[in-house]
Design a protein around this ligand. Structure first.
Ligand SMILES: [Zn+2]
Length: 218
């Protein structure tokens, strides 16, 4: 089974993808990770990508497609979860071809639907312990004792620099403009399942399980 996880950055795609990997033995295909791995392994596509990145340029769709092709062959029989790809309609069309060439097709698409203002609250309030990495949130999950980590007692915390409102809103706009137009391709086939991404990770995971089970029964 091949699945696409769609949703704006911060919707929790990575968390859900990891869960599917752990519970179902599927393979997560995240382009960022794949790119780094291919460069490190020195594969033909990796070498090409490295040249482009070293020059400070963005890796083209053609390179990303070649990368996915390289990785797809090693996931036969396991099923792939696409996370952060396809990001544009052109990439979605390329993915259709890559899967088609291998006798595969996207089985279903999970769209994590989010409320933009709530997403801003969720992302801008999060921080982690600088020592052990334990995750916190100003409003939803503050440390039990203010200023010290519940897990290790450290007093230093850190935030990701891109966890600010402006960045979240820019990414959200980009998602609407470039990624959301992918959905009609799969809507036409009736394989899009929309899940409320603002629920807890456990609730979202249950909703994904329910969608995929319903899918298999069809
Ligand atoms: Zn800690």
């Amino acid at each position: 089974m091949d699945i696409i996880l769609l949703g704006p950055p911060g919707a929790g795609k990575g968390t859900q993808a990891q869960r599917l990997v752990a519970n179902r033995g599927m393979v997560q295909l995240s382009t960022g990770d794949m790119l780094r791995a291919a460069v490190k392994a020195g594969t033909p596509v990796g070498l090409k990508a490295k040249t482009v990145m070293d020059a400070g340029e963005l890796v083209s769709d053609a390179i990303v497609s070649a990368l996915i092709g390289e990785r797809l062959d090693s996931t036969a029989g396991q099923g792939a979860i696409f996370d952060g790809y396809p990001r544009t309609r052109a990439q979605a069309e390329a993915l259709e071809m890559l899967l088609g060439e291998r006798g595969r097709a996207v089985d279903f698409v999970i769209e994590l639907v989010v409320d933009e203002d709530a997403l801003v609250d969720r992302i801008t309030g999060r921080f982690t312990c600088a020592r052990c990495g334990a995750p916190y949130h100003e409003r939803f999950h503050p440390p039990k004792t203010e200023g010290s980590c519940d897990v290790c007692g450290a007093h230093e915390f850190k935030r990701r620099p891109d966890d600010n409102e402006q960045t979240v809103r820019t990414r959200m706009a980009e998602y609407r403009a470039k990624t959301a137009p992918i959905l009609p391709i799969y809507d036409d086939r009736g394989i899009v399942h929309r899940v409320d991404g603002m629920k807890t990770p456990e609730e979202v995971a249950d909703a994904i399980d329910a969608s995929s089970t319903a899918r298999r029964r069809k």
